[in-house]
Design a binder for this molecule. Structure first.
Ligand code: TYD
Ligand code: MG
Length: 466
């Protein structure tokens, strides 16, 4: 019987099967399975060399073991000069490392990388920018817009990995940008560019060449509608650092978030603003997120959060409206809707607030996405404020996690949160009781609470209504 020459691979998770189906069994994605040719010949394992090509059998070199206490060389780094970008990379780019930058189309990946490359080359570092998506003229036009035409960077449009590798091996630029990995192909594979097999093989080859030549490689990856880099959960483990560009195109803010970093902390963010001259850095994000705030309206509370290593103050907005008969609406932007449901349930069950039968809208102003549970208290304050019509005092910040029995649990880095609030002119903080005694107050008036119902006196009108 003839052996099958192809198999079916999910373009979302990389799972392979022998027959086509509409839905991937492994990840549940629909319409993601395409046919790909099977690799010909035996897999290139250790034994591949023992058959026909035994002559080329490489002699094994014994692996050297070392102890933990031996001297380490610090990873050599170079700064891009774009502080927000250096921050998400863990303090500059590491020589010979591979980075993956993901994001929606049009979010600004090419813009940021062109700016980075130009900065570096102006500082005398050799760089190459290889685009598989745009023509050289388009890149020139963009550079013109960014005001960086004079930078001595090496531009190329190419999609064949073989050609690119040969250029990299001869020129050895210190930094290379590949925009994007989905347009690259390896000519020994039959599948089309952008398929899992091609993306994986191209990335593997490029990373191998970059590592052996000490080239820092920046790979651009497109993101599918549900937020995964297309094809490439398979890519995430191959690279040293994964960065995601977030933010919607309606806002001018763009957030670059570290998802994985072998050379630094994760969950770090860099904040940029899209201007007519490209992306500019935002050094003081709290001031930016609070810029459009009107202090005297109900339904808004300021949360003192921590993003990565940095405190960020953001406004949480809630709208609680009477709902017509039927199921109440819940819409959440920038926060977890399951946590909203929990805070609502706790308000209802532990504090006796009748809030369940209302339409509820929750929004984190400025387009930031918050994942910290510490925002619970600020969310509760915004909800209570909207329900009662009583504005939250505009000089007050909130943070604390709400437990299921209504208790307020302590959160980390109280000190940093308070310091940032004091810096931005806030005078009062509502926070969990369990931590305050150990910390300084940074000149703020602290209201420490240990149960959610201690928040109610802040909203006296609520009592009348209920
Ligand atoms: P781009 O970097 O091409 O996105 P990606 O590579 O992630 O697909 O982003 C282009 C968008 O940014 C486009 O919608 C126009 C906008 N933009 C500006 O607003 N100002 C600028 O100076 C530039 C270069 C782009
Ligand atoms: Mg692009």
């Amino acid at each position: 019987m003839a052996r099958a020459s192809s198999h079916y691979v999910c373009q979302s998770c990389g799972a392979a099967s022998s027959k086509w189906s509409g839905k991937c069994e492994a990840c549940g994605e629909w319409n993601s399975i395409t046919e790909e040719a099977l690799p010909t010949g035996p897999p290139k394992g250790l034994h591949a060399a023992s058959g026909k090509g035994a002559a080329s059998h490489a002699k094994a070199r014994r692996v050297q073991f070392e102890g933990l206490d031996e001297e380490t060389r610090k990873a050599p780094r170079f700064l891009t000069g774009i502080a927000e970008f250096d921050r998400v990379c863990g303090g500059g780019l590491v020589d010979g490392s591979a980075l993956l930058i993901g994001g929606d189309p049009g979010i600004g990946k090419s813009t940021l990388l062109l700016q980075t490359v130009c900065r570096l080359s102006a500082a005398g570092i050799s760089t190459a920018y290889i685009s598989g998506e745009e023509a050289i003229d388009q890149i020139r036009l963009r550079a013109d817009r960014l005001g960086v035409v004079k930078a001595p960077i090496a531009l190329a449009t190419a999609t064949s990995v073989r050609d690119i590798v040969s250029a990299l091996e001869t020129d050895k630029p210190r930094l290379t940008v590949i925009d994007s990995i989905q347009t690259m192909y390896v000519d020994t594979l039959d599948s089309a560019p952008g398929t899992v097999a091609q993306v994986r093989a191209s990335a593997q080859e490029l990373i191998r060449v970059a590592k052996t030549n000490g080239i820092t490689l920046l790979l651009v990856g497109h993101v599918t509608k549900d937020g995964a880099i297309a094809g490439p959960r398979v890519l995430e483990h191959m690279v040293d650092t994964v960065l995601y560009f977030e933010g919607d195109r309606g806002h001018q803010f763009r957030i670059l978030r570290t998802v994985k970093n072998r050379f630094g902390a994760t969950d770090e963010i860099g904040i940029f603003e899209m201007t007519d001259k490209g992306l500019s850095e935002v050094a003081n994000p709290s001031a930016l997120f609070l810029a459009d705030r009107r202090g005297d309206v109900s339904g808004a509370a300021v949360f003192a959060g921590i993003e990565g290593t940095r405190p960020v103050l953001v406004e949480i907005q809630a709208l609680v409206a009477p709902c017509p008969p039927g199921t109440p609406r819940r819409a959440v932007i920038g926060w977890d809707s399951a946590r909203l449901a929990m805070v609502l349930a706790v308000l209802e069950a532990r504090c006796g607030i009748q809030i369940g039968m209302h339409d509820i809208y929750l929004n984190v102003a400025g387009g930031l996405r918050i994942s910290e549970p510490a925002a619970d208290l600020a969310v509760a304050a915004a909800l209570l404020s909207s329900l009662s019509g009583e504005a939250v005092p505009s000089d007050t910040i909130f943070f604390g996690e709400v437990g299921l029995s209504g208790e307020i649990r302590s959160v980390s880095q109280t000190d940093q949160r308070l310091k940032e609030a004091a810096k931005l002119g806030f005078v009062r903080a509502v926070l969990p009781e369990s931590r305050t005694k150990k910390q300084g107050d940074h000149g703020l008036k602290l209201t420490a609470i240990n149960h959610l119902d201690q928040l109610l006196p802040l909203f006296p009108a609520k009592k009348k209504k209920a």
